[in-house]
Write a protein that binds this ligand. Structure first.
Ligand SMILES: [Zn+2]
Length: 217
């Protein structure tokens, strides 16, 4: 018998969640105790999510919890992320979403607090992010926040939560991770440009139309 037995897709998914958390932590988008990631097997009625109160840079698959679409824990020993309600809400609302990443991006959140909308100033931002919506303040971990997220996530890939952080969603973990990273990259670029110049040059209208056609934005 081979000693390299194939991992079940669920075990693989748990490993990928931990890897995603590690990369986001190393990038400074998730702090020691802040930020959470979840993912599900496409179409599943339950999802795996990161725990709360545990150092986020070195999570192991056995630290994760499984929750149903009402946010109730059905497997795991630690306390689930306090944001489990909005993760569950997103999976309920969006059959196309299989991964949710929540980080505390300083530049994206800062621009939203200053009332400055994120602009599609790079091709990647235009293609990957599409429209970034800002969710009004609601206390972290509450049903009020979950309900607002459920409302704003319709047709969106990226949300900024006022006075809090960001959410990226995707059909898999890599897509959701790319959303929050692109969001921070474009927010930093826009911030640098706006400090040095009042009017930021945008991608010309005809090229934006080309991007929309090419990438079906
Ligand atoms: Zn948070």
């Amino acid at each position: 018998m081979s000693e390299f037995l194939p991992l079940s897709s669920e075990e693989e998914l748990k490993g990928e969640i931990c890897e995603t958390m590690r990369r986001l932590f190393n990038r400074g988008l998730i702090s020691a105790l802040g930020g959470n990631v979840s993912a599900r097997i496409p179409g599943a009625k339950e999802f795996w999510i990161t725990p709360s109160g545990v150092f986020k840079g070195e999570l192991k698959p056995e630290d994760l919890l499984k929750a149903d679409l009402d946010g109730r824990v059905i497997e795991g020993f630690l306390r689930p992320s306090v944001e489990t309600p909005f993760h569950a809400m997103i999976y309920r609302k969006r059959a196309d979403v299989n991964a949710v990443v929540h980080c505390h991006n300083p530049f994206a959140t800062g621009l939203a607090l200053a009332g400055i909308p994120i602009q599609p100033i790079t091709v990647e931002a235009a293609v990957v992010l599409r429209k970034v919506r800002v969710v009004p303040w609601a206390f972290p971990g509450t049903d009020a926040l979950a309900n607002l997220v459920g409302e704003y996530i319709e047709g969106a890939r990226a949300l900024i939560l006022m006075n809090h952080g960001v959410i990226g969603v995707g059909s898999n973990l890599l897509e959701a991770e790319a959303i929050v990273e692109t969001l921070e990259e474009v927010a930093m670029t826009q911030f640098v440009a706006s400090v040095l110049k009042r009017e930021i040059p945008l991608i010309p209208r005809e090229d934006m139309e080309l991007i929309e056609k090419l990438y079906k934005v």
